[in-house]
Every structure is written in structure tokens, then in C-alpha cells.
Design a binder for this molecule. Structure first.
Ligand code: SF4
Length: 245
């Protein structure tokens, strides 16, 4: 959306993005490139919103304030600090690291400057459309088209979208097991960090929902599963290797 807005000479005063701190390295490189281009074309930089303490602080250290949640945790013998792994019902990360920061800044800009807010939701994501301005929807551009438009202009996220279906936080427990298998294969250093995070979560929150990475799976169990799969593949390859006399 931003690239097309620049090309179509639409007015742009500020470009906001929220950083959870857990994006793929390729995403940060992409944002740097985009920032350079934006500055070259319009003389402004991306404005990145960040929670002052970040993901890990919220996950392990944020002190609980509400009396009801303190009592509940005391009853269950769970640490009074930290939110643990986010889950489908408690996505504290999206709220605290993205939507809350964005809404606050957007409301300020609307109040102060009567700003118009453009959102890059594509034409095939109708459920996400609310009461803002959606240029991609107006132009009939789908998610697939949008990706191609970026590729055509040389933005390829270092191949991230060729590997993963969604490229938000690499540590997201809500991603599918297939995506985690790819993470282990393509980003072993991030996979190691994920194993560490889960180890800490289990130490701090035990088997409660807060310590549960995925239903029925710790990251260590996934590691063992993926390693066993790799071994099976290697044995299969070995057995099917043509024998040359
Ligand atoms: S991608 Fe996952 S971990 Fe990241 S903010 Fe969204 S729900 Fe939370």
C-alpha cells in the first residue's frame, strides 16, 4: 500500500509500524530498506512504536496488579509476575505490543491534526475492514497481488514469504506445527532462542496454561519430534540410495 501511495503521489505525513521485538531478522532488514526508500521519496522516516519494556518483560516480569488475578494465581501457586505464553484466548502480546500502541498514537494524530488513517488490508481480507481508509480494498488488490507488487519493485523480504505463510513473530505459539518445523530448519538460531524461552516459561509457570507453549506440546517435545522425523528421512534416503557396483 505504501509503495503504491508513493507512486500515486498521495499525501503521506507519517508511516507507523509497531515492533514486537520478535520479528524475523529479514523483516528488520526489509524495514530498513523501506525506510531508506521512504526517506528518499518523501523525506520522512518510518515511525516505529515499541512497548518500553518489550515482549520478554511482559512474558516473564510484568507484575500483576489486579487483585482478582493475584488471588487466582496465588490459589494456583503461579508466579505473580509475567503473562507467560500468549494463547488464543489471551493474546496479551497483540494488545500490548501492537494494537494499544497504534490506537493511542492514531487517536492522538486524529485529534491533533484530523489525520486520515490508511490501513494496508487487502481486498480479500473483508473481515478486517472497519471504519478507516483501505486503499488496497478500493483498488481491488488482493494479498497475492500485493505481494507480487512488492516483488516487482525488488522487495522480497529475503525470501521469507517463500518459506512461511505468515511472517509475524517467530516465537508465536499460535502458529501451526508445520511453520515451527520450518523455523527449526530455516532459522536454527531462532529455534534455539525459542527452546530457551520455553524452558524459562516452564520453570516459571510450570504446567499451567501460562507455561504451555502449544496444547500437548512443549518446544522440547517438538524438537524431539522434528529430530526423529529428520532421522527417518535420512534412513529412508540411505535405504533408497542407488547401489553402484
Ligand atoms: S504474532 Fe503471535 S506472538 Fe506475535 S503479537 Fe501476534 S499473537 Fe502475539
Amino acid at each position: 500500500m505504501l509503495l503504491l501511495m508513493i507512486e500515486r503521489e498521495m499525501p503521506i505525513d507519517i508511516v507507523l509500524t509497531a515492533d514486537t521485538g520478535m520479528e524475523f531478522p529479514e523483516m528488520y532488514q526489509h524495514l530498513d530498506r523501506l525506510d531508506e526508500f521512504l526517506f528518499h521519496e518523501r523525506g520522512i522516516h518510518l515511525t516505529t512504536l515499541r512497548h518500553p519494556q518489550g515482549f520478554e518483560w511482559l512474558m516473564f516480569y510484568e507484575p500483576k496488579q489486579k487483585q482478582t488475578s493475584i488471588e487466582q494465581r496465588q490459589k494456583l501457586g503461579i508466579s505473580l509476575q509475567g503473562n507467560g505464553w500468549p494463547g488464543a484466548r489471551v493474546r496479551w502480546c497483540t494488545g500490548q505490543l501492537k494494537t494499544h500502541l497504534m490506537s493511542k498514537e492514531i487517536n492522538r494524530l486524529k485529534g491533533e491534526f484530523h489525520a486520515i488513517h490508511y490501513i494496508g488490508i487487502a481486498a480479500d481480507e473483508p473481515k478486517r475492514i472497519r471504519e478507516e481508509h483501505y486503499p488496497l480494498v478500493d483498488w481491488g488488490i488482493t494479498e497475492k497481488d500485493a505481494l507480487q507488487i512488492c516483488y516487482d519493485r525488488g522487495y522480497d523480504w529475503g525470501g521469507l514469504y517463500e518459506i512461511y505463510h505468515r511472517c509475524s513473530c517467530w516465537c508465536c505459539p499460535l502458529q501451526k506445527i508445520g511453520e515451527l518445523r520450518k523455523l527449526r530448519h530455516h532459522h536454527p538460531e531462532l529455534w534455539m532462542r525459542l527452546r530457551e524461552l520455553d524452558k524459562r516459561a516452564l520453570e516459571q509457570f510450570g504446567n499451567s496454561a501460562l507455561g504451555q507453549f502449544k496444547k500437548g506440546w512443549t518446544v522440547e517435545q517438538l524438537e524431539q519430534r522434528f529430530a526423529a522425523e529428520d532421522l527417518q528421512i535420512s534412513v529412508f534416503d540411505l535405504l533408497n540410495k542407488p547401489i553402484h557396483p
